[in-house]
Design a protein around this ligand. Structure first.
Ligand code: AMP
Ligand code: FE
Ligand code: FE
Ligand code: ZN
Length: 284
């Protein structure tokens, strides 16, 4: 659809705010989603749920639905894999202890990357922390500091030229095993969806055998409609998802000005979201 009307209906099930590495507040995402005519959205900040309250209140104000979510930093088969969790109970101790460990590791890793970078680039830890809204710190915040200091025109360039995994400044971070994270999300009353399994920045798509193993671990769905999924990598995953009985979701992975992804550019039907909400402990 073109023009100012935007899309009608559906849910954008993957968005980031200033509480992680998005550039807009949860309330701004809610307002934008309403202006686009979306039925609702999920806030899925990396490894934190601290944006939920603002998002929920703003969604109520603008008259759309809010689905509480999170994007968990996980790894499987030696590869980084992002797992979306929806409808989880904020009181789930084991899950939130594991998330706190991920955030702590990210903080240490970002400080160490900045220490290494500061030998060659005039950036400071204070500049990386910026306004201080982020509960989860990552390379995007370091990229923003590099952009602010004039070393790159935008985040994407900072990633490509300075922050990529092959760079001497790069460090990995602690991640939860994906199958463990699926179990923790289930025990927290939620459902999990594997994010962007065919993203073009990966060396290869998620192996279909891995999708089978994750389905056996209790995975609910897979995010096949995502702007960064490569169309030529999708058919085997779509076939496997059908065989395994996995739900198929669509979402934009909106990061405000931090990525080209536009809110609502991929969506999930309201019918599927209604089914999702009926099977989780915290549906709104
Ligand atoms: P980290 O988990 O700290 O290593 O950083 C990964 C995050 O950076 C992911 O959430 C991506 O959304 C974001 N990211 C990765 N590559 C890029 C890029 N080229 N431009 C903007 N954001 C990116
Ligand atoms: Fe991100
Ligand atoms: Fe992701
Ligand atoms: Zn994301």
């Amino acid at each position: 659809m073109t023009g100012s009307m935007g899309r009608q209906g559906g849910f954008d099930l993957h968005t980031h705010s200033v509480f992680s590495d998005g550039t807009t507040r949860p309330a701004e995402i809610a307002a934008e989603a309403a202006a686009l005519g979306l039925s609702g959205f999920a806030l899925t900040d990396h490894d934190t749920i601290d944006g939920w309250d603002e998002a929920r209140a703003a969604a109520h104000t603008v008259g759309i639905d809010f689905l509480p979510g999170i994007e968990i930093t996980t790894k499987f088969g030696g590869r980084s894999r992002h797992l979306l969790g929806y409808g989880i109970d904020p009181g789930a101790g084991e899950l939130f202890a594991a998330l706190a460990a991920v955030r702590d590791s990210r903080l240490w890793r970002a400080r160490e990357m900045v220490r290494r970078l500061s030998v060659d680039y005039a950036i400071t830890w204070e500049a990386v922390l910026g306004e201080g809204d982020a509960r989860t710190v990552g390379r995007p915040h370091i990229a923003d500091a590099l952009v602010l200091a004039g070393y790159a025109p935008d985040r994407g360039t900072a990633f490509a030229e300075i922050l990529h995994p092959g760079s001497p400044y790069y460090l990995g971070t602690h991640a939860i095993d994906t199958d463990d994270a699926i179990r923790l999300v289930r025990e927290a009353g939620g459902v999990s969806v594997l994010a962007h399994p065919a993203a073009f920045r990966q060396r290869a798509p998620l192996p279909v055998d891995d999708l089978g193993a994750l389905a056996a671990a209790g995975l609910w769905g897979v995010e096949l409609a995502h702007p960064e999924n490569r169309a030529d990598w999708l058919p085997p995953l779509a076939a496997a998802a059908a065989t395994l009985g996995l739900e198929i979701t669509g979402a934009s992975d909106y990061h405000g000005a931090g990525k080209p992804n536009r809110l609502g550019e991929c969506v999930t039907s309201s019918d599927l979201v209604a089914r999702l909400r009926s099977s989780v402990r915290v549906p709104g």
